[in-house]
Design a protein around this ligand. Sequence first.
Ligand SMILES: Cc1cc2nc3c(=O)[nH]c(=O)nc-3n(C[C@H](O)[C@H](O)[C@H](O)COP(=O)(O)O)c2cc1C
Length: 302
Amino acid sequence: MTDLTVSISSIKMDNPSMLASGILDETGDSLLRMMSVGAGAVVTKSIGMLPHDGHPNPCIVETADGYVNAMGLPNPGMEEFAEELRVIMPTPAPVIASIYASSAADFATIAVSMEEAGAAGIELNLSCPHASGFGMEVGTDPATVGSIVAAVKDAVKVPVMAKLTPNTAELVRIGKAVEEAGGDAVVAINTLKAMVISPEFARPVLSNRYGGLSGSAIKPVGVRAVYDLYRELEIPIVGVGGICGWRDAAEYIMAGATCFQVGSAVGTVGPEVFTRIIEGLEAFMGEYGYPDLDSMRGAAHE
Ligand SMILES: Cc1cc2nc3c(=O)[nH]c(=O)nc-3n(C[C@H](O)[C@H](O)[C@H](O)COP(=O)(O)O)c2cc1C
Protein backbone atom coordinates (compact mmCIF):
# COMPACT_ATOMS: atom_id res chain seq x y z
CA MET A 1 0.00 0.00 0.00
CA THR A 2 1.25 3.49 -0.88
CA ASP A 3 0.88 6.09 1.86
CA LEU A 4 -0.14 9.49 0.47
CA THR A 5 -0.83 11.20 3.80
CA VAL A 6 1.19 14.31 4.54
CA SER A 7 1.23 17.23 6.94
CA ILE A 8 2.52 20.76 7.18
CA SER A 9 2.84 21.44 10.93
CA SER A 10 -0.68 20.91 12.29
CA ILE A 11 -2.33 20.80 8.83
CA LYS A 12 -2.99 17.09 8.21
CA MET A 13 -3.94 15.97 4.72
CA ASP A 14 -5.09 12.62 3.25
CA ASN A 15 -3.13 13.36 0.08
CA PRO A 16 -0.66 16.07 -1.02
CA SER A 17 -2.96 17.96 -3.44
CA MET A 18 -4.41 21.40 -2.67
CA LEU A 19 -6.71 23.68 -4.60
CA ALA A 20 -4.64 26.80 -5.50
CA SER A 21 -5.88 30.24 -4.47
CA GLY A 22 -8.22 32.04 -6.85
CA ILE A 23 -9.89 29.16 -8.68
CA LEU A 24 -13.45 28.18 -7.71
CA ASP A 25 -12.82 29.04 -4.08
CA GLU A 26 -14.92 32.08 -3.28
CA THR A 27 -17.87 30.32 -1.65
CA GLY A 28 -18.23 27.67 1.03
CA ASP A 29 -20.03 25.41 -1.46
CA SER A 30 -17.29 25.57 -4.09
CA LEU A 31 -14.64 24.80 -1.45
CA LEU A 32 -16.65 21.73 -0.33
CA ARG A 33 -17.02 20.63 -3.97
CA MET A 34 -13.23 20.59 -4.43
CA MET A 35 -12.88 18.45 -1.31
CA SER A 36 -15.48 16.04 -2.71
CA VAL A 37 -13.39 15.50 -5.87
CA GLY A 38 -10.30 14.62 -3.86
CA ALA A 39 -8.40 17.82 -2.97
CA GLY A 40 -6.35 17.07 0.17
CA ALA A 41 -6.79 20.71 1.26
CA VAL A 42 -8.24 23.86 -0.28
CA VAL A 43 -6.84 27.38 -0.37
CA THR A 44 -9.38 30.22 -0.54
CA LYS A 45 -9.43 33.19 -2.87
CA SER A 46 -7.13 35.90 -1.44
CA ILE A 47 -9.13 37.91 1.09
CA GLY A 48 -8.46 41.52 2.13
CA MET A 49 -9.73 43.74 4.95
CA LEU A 50 -12.57 45.29 2.94
CA PRO A 51 -14.75 44.21 0.00
CA HIS A 52 -12.91 44.85 -3.27
CA ASP A 53 -14.24 44.80 -6.87
CA GLY A 54 -10.97 44.01 -8.66
CA HIS A 55 -10.16 45.18 -12.19
CA PRO A 56 -12.86 45.82 -14.81
CA ASN A 57 -13.29 43.32 -17.68
CA PRO A 58 -11.52 41.96 -19.62
CA CYS A 59 -9.56 40.53 -16.71
CA ILE A 60 -8.74 37.05 -18.01
CA VAL A 61 -7.56 35.77 -21.43
CA GLU A 62 -7.18 32.13 -22.38
CA THR A 63 -3.74 31.19 -23.78
CA ALA A 64 -2.62 27.98 -25.54
CA ASP A 65 -2.73 25.98 -22.31
CA GLY A 66 -3.60 28.32 -19.47
CA TYR A 67 -4.56 31.89 -18.75
CA VAL A 68 -3.24 35.40 -18.39
CA ASN A 69 -5.32 36.99 -15.64
CA ALA A 70 -5.49 40.33 -13.91
CA MET A 71 -8.47 39.81 -11.65
CA GLY A 72 -7.14 42.49 -9.27
CA LEU A 73 -8.00 40.53 -6.11
CA PRO A 74 -11.83 40.81 -6.14
CA ASN A 75 -13.22 39.54 -2.82
CA PRO A 76 -16.03 40.15 -0.33
CA GLY A 77 -13.74 41.34 2.49
CA MET A 78 -12.76 39.52 5.67
CA GLU A 79 -16.01 39.94 7.62
CA GLU A 80 -18.29 38.50 4.96
CA PHE A 81 -15.82 35.78 4.00
CA ALA A 82 -15.37 34.71 7.64
CA GLU A 83 -19.13 34.09 7.72
CA GLU A 84 -18.84 32.01 4.52
CA LEU A 85 -16.23 29.83 6.25
CA ARG A 86 -18.05 29.56 9.56
CA VAL A 87 -21.12 27.93 7.99
CA ILE A 88 -19.13 25.09 6.40
CA MET A 89 -17.06 24.23 9.50
CA PRO A 90 -16.07 21.55 10.35
CA THR A 91 -14.95 20.49 6.85
CA PRO A 92 -13.77 17.04 5.63
CA ALA A 93 -10.40 18.55 4.54
CA PRO A 94 -8.44 21.55 5.86
CA VAL A 95 -9.25 25.05 4.58
CA ILE A 96 -6.26 27.37 4.23
CA ALA A 97 -7.17 31.05 4.04
CA SER A 98 -5.20 33.11 1.52
CA ILE A 99 -4.95 36.74 2.60
CA TYR A 100 -3.48 39.96 1.23
CA ALA A 101 -2.77 43.40 2.70
CA SER A 102 -0.30 46.23 2.30
CA SER A 103 1.05 46.27 5.89
CA ALA A 104 2.17 43.68 8.43
CA ALA A 105 -0.48 44.90 10.91
CA ASP A 106 -3.31 44.44 8.38
CA PHE A 107 -2.04 40.99 7.43
CA ALA A 108 -2.17 40.03 11.13
CA THR A 109 -5.72 41.39 11.60
CA ILE A 110 -7.08 39.44 8.61
CA ALA A 111 -5.23 36.29 9.68
CA VAL A 112 -6.87 36.43 13.14
CA SER A 113 -10.32 36.80 11.57
CA MET A 114 -9.72 33.76 9.31
CA GLU A 115 -8.36 31.65 12.18
CA GLU A 116 -11.41 32.49 14.29
CA ALA A 117 -13.65 31.43 11.38
CA GLY A 118 -12.04 27.97 11.34
CA ALA A 119 -9.15 28.19 8.84
CA ALA A 120 -6.57 25.46 9.51
CA GLY A 121 -3.77 27.60 8.09
CA ILE A 122 -2.95 30.96 6.54
CA GLU A 123 -1.35 31.54 3.13
CA LEU A 124 0.13 35.02 2.71
CA ASN A 125 -0.26 36.34 -0.81
CA LEU A 126 3.08 38.11 -1.26
CA SER A 127 3.11 37.49 -4.97
CA CYS A 128 0.12 38.69 -7.01
CA PRO A 129 1.69 40.45 -10.05
CA HIS A 130 -1.21 42.78 -10.90
CA ALA A 131 -2.49 44.57 -7.76
CA SER A 132 -0.99 47.96 -7.04
CA GLY A 133 0.33 48.24 -3.46
CA PHE A 134 -0.26 44.54 -2.71
CA GLY A 135 1.04 41.08 -3.59
CA MET A 136 4.34 41.14 -5.43
CA GLU A 137 4.87 44.79 -4.49
CA VAL A 138 5.22 43.81 -0.82
CA GLY A 139 6.74 40.38 -1.58
CA THR A 140 10.00 41.20 -3.35
CA ASP A 141 11.91 42.69 -0.41
CA PRO A 142 13.23 40.03 2.03
CA ALA A 143 13.09 42.40 5.05
CA THR A 144 9.45 43.37 4.39
CA VAL A 145 8.51 39.72 3.86
CA GLY A 146 10.21 38.78 7.14
CA SER A 147 8.32 41.45 9.08
CA ILE A 148 4.96 40.38 7.62
CA VAL A 149 5.57 36.69 8.43
CA ALA A 150 6.72 37.53 11.97
CA ALA A 151 3.65 39.71 12.63
CA VAL A 152 1.24 37.02 11.43
CA LYS A 153 3.07 34.26 13.36
CA ASP A 154 2.71 36.37 16.52
CA ALA A 155 -1.01 36.83 15.90
CA VAL A 156 -2.22 33.27 15.13
CA LYS A 157 -1.58 29.69 16.29
CA VAL A 158 -2.34 27.97 12.95
CA PRO A 159 0.53 27.37 10.47
CA VAL A 160 1.52 30.27 8.23
CA MET A 161 2.72 29.74 4.64
CA ALA A 162 4.11 32.49 2.41
CA LYS A 163 3.36 32.39 -1.33
CA LEU A 164 6.32 33.67 -3.33
CA THR A 165 6.59 35.41 -6.67
CA PRO A 166 8.75 34.07 -9.50
CA ASN A 167 9.11 37.65 -10.81
CA THR A 168 12.35 38.29 -8.91
CA ALA A 169 15.97 37.23 -8.84
CA GLU A 170 15.72 37.06 -5.02
CA LEU A 171 13.48 34.00 -4.71
CA VAL A 172 15.77 32.01 -2.42
CA ARG A 173 16.64 35.04 -0.24
CA ILE A 174 12.92 35.74 0.18
CA GLY A 175 12.34 32.08 1.08
CA LYS A 176 15.11 32.32 3.68
CA ALA A 177 13.48 35.46 5.13
CA VAL A 178 10.22 33.49 5.55
CA GLU A 179 12.05 30.66 7.32
CA GLU A 180 14.03 32.99 9.60
CA ALA A 181 10.83 34.84 10.58
CA GLY A 182 9.26 31.54 11.72
CA GLY A 183 7.10 30.78 8.65
CA ASP A 184 5.88 27.16 8.51
CA ALA A 185 6.16 26.72 4.71
CA VAL A 186 6.71 28.52 1.44
CA VAL A 187 4.45 28.19 -1.59
CA ALA A 188 6.06 28.59 -5.03
CA ILE A 189 5.04 29.96 -7.48
CA ASN A 190 2.42 32.59 -8.25
CA THR A 191 1.85 33.65 -11.87
CA LEU A 192 4.52 35.13 -14.16
CA LYS A 193 3.99 38.76 -15.13
CA ALA A 194 2.74 38.73 -18.73
CA MET A 195 0.83 40.56 -21.46
CA VAL A 196 -1.44 39.70 -24.41
CA ILE A 197 -1.95 42.25 -27.22
CA SER A 198 -4.85 42.35 -29.68
CA PRO A 199 -3.42 43.09 -33.16
CA GLU A 200 -6.87 44.31 -34.33
CA PHE A 201 -7.22 46.85 -31.54
CA ALA A 202 -3.46 47.50 -31.25
CA ARG A 203 -3.82 47.39 -27.46
CA PRO A 204 -3.18 45.05 -24.55
CA VAL A 205 -6.29 42.88 -24.10
CA LEU A 206 -6.52 43.10 -20.32
CA SER A 207 -7.96 46.29 -18.85
CA ASN A 208 -4.97 46.29 -16.48
CA ARG A 209 -2.61 45.80 -19.46
CA TYR A 210 -0.39 43.43 -17.43
CA GLY A 211 -1.53 40.12 -16.01
CA GLY A 212 -0.12 36.86 -14.69
CA LEU A 213 0.52 33.76 -16.81
CA SER A 214 -0.57 30.40 -15.39
CA GLY A 215 -0.97 26.87 -16.78
CA SER A 216 1.37 24.26 -18.32
CA ALA A 217 3.78 26.82 -19.79
CA ILE A 218 4.96 27.90 -16.33
CA LYS A 219 5.58 24.41 -14.93
CA PRO A 220 9.34 24.30 -15.65
CA VAL A 221 9.71 27.69 -13.92
CA GLY A 222 7.82 26.42 -10.87
CA VAL A 223 9.80 23.17 -10.74
CA ARG A 224 13.08 25.11 -10.91
CA ALA A 225 11.88 27.45 -8.14
CA VAL A 226 11.03 24.51 -5.86
CA TYR A 227 14.36 22.82 -6.67
CA ASP A 228 16.31 25.98 -5.75
CA LEU A 229 14.33 26.53 -2.54
CA TYR A 230 14.74 22.88 -1.45
CA ARG A 231 18.53 23.22 -1.57
CA GLU A 232 18.50 26.11 0.89
CA LEU A 233 15.45 25.77 3.16
CA GLU A 234 14.50 23.41 6.01
CA ILE A 235 10.79 24.28 6.03
CA PRO A 236 8.33 22.47 3.69
CA ILE A 237 7.72 23.76 0.17
CA VAL A 238 4.36 23.68 -1.57
CA GLY A 239 4.81 23.50 -5.35
CA VAL A 240 2.38 25.20 -7.74
CA GLY A 241 2.37 26.17 -11.40
CA GLY A 242 1.15 24.24 -14.43
CA ILE A 243 0.19 20.98 -12.73
CA CYS A 244 -2.36 19.17 -14.96
CA GLY A 245 -1.59 15.51 -14.32
CA TRP A 246 0.28 13.08 -12.05
CA ARG A 247 3.59 13.42 -13.94
CA ASP A 248 3.64 17.16 -13.20
CA ALA A 249 2.94 16.51 -9.52
CA ALA A 250 5.72 13.87 -9.45
CA GLU A 251 8.18 16.40 -10.91
CA TYR A 252 7.38 18.91 -8.16
CA ILE A 253 7.73 16.27 -5.41
CA MET A 254 11.07 15.09 -6.83
CA ALA A 255 12.21 18.74 -6.95
CA GLY A 256 11.47 18.88 -3.21
CA ALA A 257 7.79 19.76 -2.73
CA THR A 258 5.94 18.36 0.30
CA CYS A 259 2.55 19.21 -1.22
CA PHE A 260 1.38 20.70 -4.50
CA GLN A 261 -1.44 22.96 -5.65
CA VAL A 262 -3.57 22.82 -8.78
CA GLY A 263 -5.08 26.01 -10.23
CA SER A 264 -5.67 26.53 -13.96
CA ALA A 265 -6.16 22.81 -14.63
CA VAL A 266 -9.34 22.93 -12.54
CA GLY A 267 -10.66 25.07 -15.41
CA THR A 268 -8.87 23.49 -18.41
CA VAL A 269 -9.23 19.82 -17.33
CA GLY A 270 -12.13 20.06 -14.85
CA PRO A 271 -12.46 19.52 -11.08
CA GLU A 272 -11.95 15.72 -11.52
CA VAL A 273 -8.30 16.59 -12.15
CA PHE A 274 -7.68 15.99 -8.42
CA THR A 275 -8.90 12.38 -8.51
CA ARG A 276 -6.91 11.71 -11.69
CA ILE A 277 -3.68 13.14 -10.29
CA ILE A 278 -3.94 11.24 -7.01
CA GLU A 279 -4.79 7.91 -8.67
CA GLY A 280 -1.96 8.34 -11.20
CA LEU A 281 0.55 9.34 -8.53
CA GLU A 282 -0.38 6.39 -6.34
CA ALA A 283 0.01 3.95 -9.27
CA PHE A 284 3.41 5.46 -10.21
CA MET A 285 4.69 5.32 -6.63
CA GLY A 286 3.60 1.68 -6.33
CA GLU A 287 5.28 0.72 -9.61
CA TYR A 288 8.55 2.56 -8.90
CA GLY A 289 8.87 1.47 -5.27
CA TYR A 290 8.12 4.67 -3.35
CA PRO A 291 6.15 3.55 -0.27
CA ASP A 292 5.38 7.12 0.82
CA LEU A 293 5.97 10.75 -0.11
CA ASP A 294 9.03 11.09 2.16
CA SER A 295 10.86 8.48 0.08
CA MET A 296 10.16 10.37 -3.15
CA ARG A 297 10.59 13.98 -2.03
CA GLY A 298 13.73 15.61 -3.42
CA ALA A 299 14.71 12.46 -5.38
CA ALA A 300 15.93 14.61 -8.28
CA HIS A 301 18.66 16.07 -6.04
CA GLU A 302 20.43 12.76 -5.44
C1 LIG B 1 -8.03 33.29 -12.39
C2 LIG B 1 -6.92 33.18 -11.39
C3 LIG B 1 -7.04 33.82 -10.15
C4 LIG B 1 -6.01 33.73 -9.20
N1 LIG B 1 -6.17 34.35 -8.00
C5 LIG B 1 -5.19 34.23 -7.06
C6 LIG B 1 -5.36 34.81 -5.76
O1 LIG B 1 -6.40 35.41 -5.44
N2 LIG B 1 -4.35 34.67 -4.88
C7 LIG B 1 -3.18 33.99 -5.15
O2 LIG B 1 -2.29 33.89 -4.29
N3 LIG B 1 -3.01 33.40 -6.37
C8 LIG B 1 -3.99 33.51 -7.31
N4 LIG B 1 -3.82 32.91 -8.53
C9 LIG B 1 -2.57 32.16 -8.81
C10 LIG B 1 -2.74 30.65 -8.57
O3 LIG B 1 -3.07 30.35 -7.24
C11 LIG B 1 -1.46 29.88 -8.96
O4 LIG B 1 -0.38 30.32 -8.17
C12 LIG B 1 -1.08 30.10 -10.41
O5 LIG B 1 -2.23 30.16 -11.24
C13 LIG B 1 -0.15 29.01 -10.94
O6 LIG B 1 -0.76 27.73 -10.84
P1 LIG B 1 -1.54 27.03 -12.08
O7 LIG B 1 -0.61 27.05 -13.24
O8 LIG B 1 -1.86 25.65 -11.58
O9 LIG B 1 -2.77 27.85 -12.34
C14 LIG B 1 -4.83 32.99 -9.50
C15 LIG B 1 -4.72 32.33 -10.73
C16 LIG B 1 -5.74 32.42 -11.66
C17 LIG B 1 -5.59 31.68 -12.99
